[in-house]
Design a protein. Structure first.
Length: 529
């Protein structure tokens, strides 16, 4: 009985107390618990969209993509995803499996916002990607199910103008000093198509925004390369000796909905009206001819001009039904008339336009050469792993339909010297390759990529060019026995054991030796890369 009364008393006392409520489970906690309950993905799917939300295939990406990674499970850590440029898939896959990214890999990483969105990973680059460039999207194995390997897939940016646009250059150029105050026109070139925003291009001076009109204009008319251009025409003369800013804000939108700015070009006007810009003489290479104010390089397909002026200028050239134009902020330019027939006389007109639209015009006649040897410098090893300069080489391809004898051809590392001559007969079969090498070159040296036994070697002396090829890279010129330039390669540093390699399809004649026609890659002497 005594125990019963105690129990009743305790129950009555408990009823008078305020007990805490049961814990409330928040929705966020439910979501987190649900995420932990769901498995990590094993399969990964990549979706690429532009800023308008339009889907694109991975091999035709917009220049400023939004990349969504989804899977058959749920991602829990966005930091395990990465976007890299110009790197091999095997190298990235191997590095993703290590505890941390190698310093060499980090050098290729694109600055990217990485977000979790409903169990997906969203990658948003903080800038436009390069047109035509190859990128890799990678996932660390820790982002995936326990026994899954690192995930790597390729992303290729479209070269189409509609894939995006970014402000890339202006007239006057950023940093120009001594601009005439009577400037009639300013312009900005974007490297793709715009959707809207000309009013977002403004000119600012000491007194604020300068009144004027902004409107689209043809880039070709201005002398720029391809893209979209917006011109500003000031409504009044600018102040003398004053700083000005041509500004593009992020309200300028490209066709994919991405911002085409911001962009700023600053310039300073002259204290007094500057002198008229004129042509100035330039030093010609040994295979160029001085015609009027230009140094002219002629072959069987093109006429190339090297010109210069006393100040900022826009150059235009026409001839043989062809044309070219260059905006030259520093006054120097190279122009080319492409696709001309061999052995044809061409009347060339060269025109210079300065900042206030004053013009200088020169005309001359020049003939293209008869057909030249279809030879291209396709690979250069300037920094071998083996002994230097003995193991250096220059690979030359015969892209013609007939064998060619290299006897009498010259290889030089300067425009103003003949270089080393091929002293004896070395026949290159149609479609075949030859290596120009030093006398001490060993095709089987164990430190370097082996040379197939059937590849001809043309030995030019104790070393190539001026005492060997510089490890820092140097321009190379291949000329025939008559002194005509048949091919060239640009100055580019490759690193030990690597080669400068002509891109596939980048102009088999290769006479201009443009930097963008080559890449740095593995050496494959005598073989197709």
């Amino acid at each position: 009985m005594h125990n019963a009364w105690i129990t009743l008393l305790l129950l009555s006392f408990t009823g008078c107390l305020e007990l805490p409520d049961a814990p409330v489970r928040l929705p966020e906690a439910d979501a987190a618990a649900d995420a932990r309950a769901r498995p990590l993905p094993r399969a990964v799917f990549v979706e690429v969209r532009d800023h308008n939300g339009v889907a694109h295939v991975r091999h035709e990406s917009p220049t400023w993509p939004r990349i969504r990674l989804t899977g058959d499970g749920i991602f829990t850590d966005a930091s395990l995803a990465v976007l890299v440029e110009d790197m091999s898939a095997d190298a990235l896959r191997a590095d993703l499996g290590s505890p941390s990214l190698d310093a060499r890999t980090r050098a290729f990483v694109v600055d990217t916002a990485r977000l979790l969105d409903g169990g997906d990973i969203v990658l948003e680059p903080r800038r436009h990607l390069s047109r035509g460039a190859h990128y890799l999207v990678g996932l660390d194995p820790d982002a995936l199910d326990d026994d899954a390997e690192a995930y790597v897939t390729e992303l290729i940016v479209s070269t189409e103008a509609t894939a995006g646009a970014w402000a890339v250059e202006s007239w006057p150029a950023d940093g120009t000093f001594g601009v005439p105050s009577s400037l009639p026109l300013l312009a900005v070139r974007f490297d793709g198509s715009l959707a809207l925003g000309p009013d977002s291009l403004v000119l600012e001076g000491p007194g604020g925004v300068v009144a004027g009109t902004a409107a689209p204009v043809s880039c070709v008319t201005l002398g720029f390369g391809p893209g979209s251009c917006i011109a500003v025409r000031p409504g009044a003369t600018l102040a003398h000796g004053a700083p000005y800013t041509l500004r593009v804000d992020d309200r300028v939108i490209d066709r994919t909905g991405a911002p085409a700015g911001p962009f700023i070009a600053e310039f300073v006007t002259a204290e007094a009206p500057p002198a008229e810009v004129q042509f100035v003489g330039v030093t010609c290479a040994i295979d160029e001819e001085a015609l009027g104010p230009a140094c002219v390089l002629v072959d069987d397909q093109r006429i190339s001009l090297h010109v210069a002026a006393t100040g900022p200028a826009r150059f235009f050239v026409t001839g043989g039904g062809r044309s070219d134009a260059v905006v030259a902020p520093r006054g120097a330019a190279r122009l080319t008339l492409e696709g001309l027939p061999a052995g044809t006389m061409v009347t060339v007109e060269l025109r210079l336009v300065d900042l206030v639209l004053r013009e200088r015009v020169h005309s001359f006649e020049v003939a293209t050469t008869p057909p030249l040897a279809p030879l291209s410098i396709t690979e250069v090893r300037a920094d071998p792993s083996g002994p230097e300069p003995a193991q250096e080489y220059v690979e030359v391809l015969n892209s013609g339909a007939m064998p060619l004898d290299l006897a009498g051809f010259w290889l030089a590392d300067r425009e103003d010297r003949e270089g080393d001559v091929v002293p004896r007969s070395v026949v290159v079969p149609a479609g075949g390759r030859v290596l120009l090498v030093a006398d001490g070159f060993d095709p089987r040296h164990p430190a370097d990529a082996p040379v197939p036994a059937g590849v001809p070697l043309a030995r030019l002396g104790t070393s190539l060019a001026s005492g060997g090829l510089s490890n820092a890279g140097e321009a190379l010129f291949l000329r025939d026995a008559e002194g005509h330039r048949v091919s060239a390669a640009p100055k580019t540093t490759t690193g030990a054991g690597q080669c400068l390699v002509r891109r596939s399809g980048a102009g088999r004649d290769g006479r201009r030796g443009d930097v963008d026609a080559f890449v740095v890659g593995p050496c494959t002497p005598g073989r197709e890369p």
